[in-house]
Design a protein around this ligand. Structure first.
Ligand SMILES: Nc1ncnc2c1ncn2[C@@H]1O[C@H](COP(=O)(O)OP(=O)(O)OP(=O)(O)O)[C@@H](O)[C@H]1O
Ligand SMILES: [Mg+2]
Length: 231
């Protein structure tokens, strides 16, 4: 499966002035790949992820999935593309503070009619086990470390078995050991044939990538790299 962006532009109106955030962004992601996008703060990384998640509209360009242009879908069809195909790991986790880890993950199942109500708990246990948090499942977010909260967010993003996972700085607030732990989980997700797109500042994350792009001046440029992958 292939996910493709072609000549994406994003302009916003700010104080009566057009600001061009994305000028010409094209890229291709294949199943099984981890694609990493690096770029300075303010370069437009989150804007791009929001467009790819259909949470924001592009000004121009095409977004192809299995040969279909997602931008030409109705709002309703885009919503079902988002619900059925995409998992998002938000930079600030977006966990609900007064809910234990397992309930935070379970929420994602409420939009999935394929998993029966009686099977939900089992499914949550499986995915928490996968990210190494089964024994922490009754912990509230504020009693978990940053890396553990990040892994709850990953569990929530993958529980519906999406084809595509987007992660905004998934290791932004964790130490080096936790970073490697999280990246190994992400590598496993990609190895199951998923597409993973990560935006980050981290050089360590780049070493886990199959492909690295740099976002600069509204354009995406593929970085040529030496064979120094850690995995
Ligand atoms: N609705 C908007 N109106 C005006 N400017 C905007 C709007 N949305 C984003 N921007 C600007 O576009 C630029 C890109 O923002 P974006 O959040 O995508 O950057 P980023 O690469 O994710 O940065 P960071 O690494 O700090 O998270 C920023 O300069 C931001 O101020
Ligand atoms: Mg950002």
């Amino acid at each position: 499966m292939k996910l493709e962006l072609k000549n994406i532009k994003k302009n916003v109106l700010f104080n009566n002035q057009q600001i061009s955030i994305l000028k010409d962004v094209s890229m291709t992601c294949q199943s099984g790949q981890i694609v990493v996008i690096v770029g300075e703060s303010g370069s437009g990384k989150s804007t791009l992820l929001n467009i790819m998640s259909t949470l924001d509209d592009a000004t121009a360009g095409e977004y192809l999935w299995k040969g279909n242009n997602i931008f030409s879908f109705s709002k309703k069809k885009q919503e079902s593309f988002l619900a059925n195909n995409i998992g998002i790991v938000f930079q600030q986790y977006n966990l609900i503070n007064d809910m234990p880890a397992d309930d935070n993950v379970k929420i994602a199942l409420y939009v999935n009619s394929e998993v029966k109500k009686r099977d939900r708990d089992k499914k949550v246990d499986e995915v928490l086990d996968k990210v190494g948090l089964y024994d922490r499942k009754k912990h509230l977010p504020n009693t978990l470390s940053g890396g553990e909260q990040q892994r709850v967010a990953i569990a929530r993003a993958i529980i519906n078995n999406p084809d595509i996972v987007f992660a905004d700085e998934p290791t932004g607030n964790v130490d080096r050991d936790n970073e490697e732990h999280i990246l190994n989980i992400i590598r496993e997700i990609a190895n199951q044939g998923k597409i993973v797109v990560i935006v980050t500042h981290s050089e360590v994350v780049k070493t886990f990538a199959d492909k690295v792009y740099r976002l600069s001046d509204g354009r995406l440029i593929e970085e040529t790299r030496s064979e120094e992958k850690l995995r």
